[in-house]
Design a protein around this ligand. Sequence first.
Ligand SMILES: Cc1cc2nc3c(=O)[nH]c(=O)nc-3n(C[C@H](O)[C@H](O)[C@H](O)COP(=O)(O)OP(=O)(O)OC[C@H]3O[C@@H](n4cnc5c(N)ncnc54)[C@H](O)[C@@H]3O)c2cc1C
Length: 382
Amino acid sequence: MAGRALTALSEDEALFRDSVYEFADREIRPLVREMDEHAKIPHPLIEKLFDLGVMGIEIPESYGGAGATFFHAVLAVEALSRVDPSIAVLVDVQNTLVINALLRWGQDEMKRRYLPRLAADAVGAYALSEAGSGSDAFAMAARATERDGQWILSGRKVWITNANEADVFIVFASVNPDAGYRGITAFVVERGTAGFTIGRKEDKLGIRASSTCELLFDDCRVPRASVLGEVGKGYKVAIETLNEGRIGIGAQMIGLADGALAHTIKYTKERRQFGKPIAEFQAVQHQIARAATEIAAARLLVYNAARLRDTRQPFLTEAAMCKIFSSEVAERVTSLAINLFGGYGFVKDYPVEKLYRDAKIGQIYEGTSNLQLQTIAKQLLG
Ligand SMILES: Cc1cc2nc3c(=O)[nH]c(=O)nc-3n(C[C@H](O)[C@H](O)[C@H](O)COP(=O)(O)OP(=O)(O)OC[C@H]3O[C@@H](n4cnc5c(N)ncnc54)[C@H](O)[C@@H]3O)c2cc1C
């Protein structure tokens, strides 16, 4: 709209973002260190996220969701990440991958079955990666065979976010390895299905409270109606949801960087050396100014990609750019935060040490930085 800042929010968007941030500040901040140490999100906190309305942001009100936009999901992820990127990724996967995929590809019956639960109390997970197939995701070994009107899944997924908390899993497997990516099919599998178990949990560098586990499928039988979208079209489900999902990761990274900068500004005003607050040294001021500028630039990329997505305009390049740039900014800003905290930045007494560790994942999941560059280059060079 003419005359408005590109990052301007509507009244409703600003209220929503502020309410999520206030919740994070009040309910999450006191738990951050303990959750990082114990690598666990307490169940009551997950219940509160459902009560807040951030676990079903795009789900229509008729299914019990908030009936809001993808942009709202981006705002929620950004606001939560300012306090704890681990909680933000739980909300991010729920909204930008799982619910997004079900809304877009789910048949009516499937939507009726899962959307009200996902809005009310069920966490979702999205299982594409395997030990041997990460960036080359469609080289997966997981198989699905049709027998007696059921699909039988076998294989092993790794790195699955929310696996410990989730009840609903979107799982990709090939129904026909000879067909290459055209054999990939998406299934919805419920926790507790015979032949499906949650395996080892990873002990991670960052976002430690977010669970990342392997999933094991051994003769796991699911009904024919568990196919999400069409048989052999799972590659489309994966590509299109991940294209959108990475805007959420961009949001996670700008929120994280913003949180680290806020801690740094406060600290540099308090910490005195050479008889005055270190914030009064011009070298420090310039470093802070540069960090704020980088975050503002990254936010423009993230919001622009999300707005394009919500208005059904092409956003593939913009999403890749927002993810790679935001994750690099997050790494630089959190590194600066540690520098400006000095020795206190290197210990766990202050939150910047954790945010520095958390930032690293932005360059890895939902497509590594090299893969984002590949996407951008392909659009530019053909
Ligand atoms: C904490 C965490 C949570 C995750 N959550 C999920 C989840 O919920 N669901 C899910 O399905 N997956 C998840 N993943 C998996 C994640 O998406 C993969 O780790 C990621 O896609 C990279 O795959 P890889 O680890 O196998 O690395 P690889 O693909 O082996 O890549 C290793 C290196 O090689 C580079 N490389 C690979 N191919 C190329 C190429 N063609 N050109 C240039 N460079 C290349 C990569 O950029 C990278 O630097 C998660 C991972 C982590 C660590």
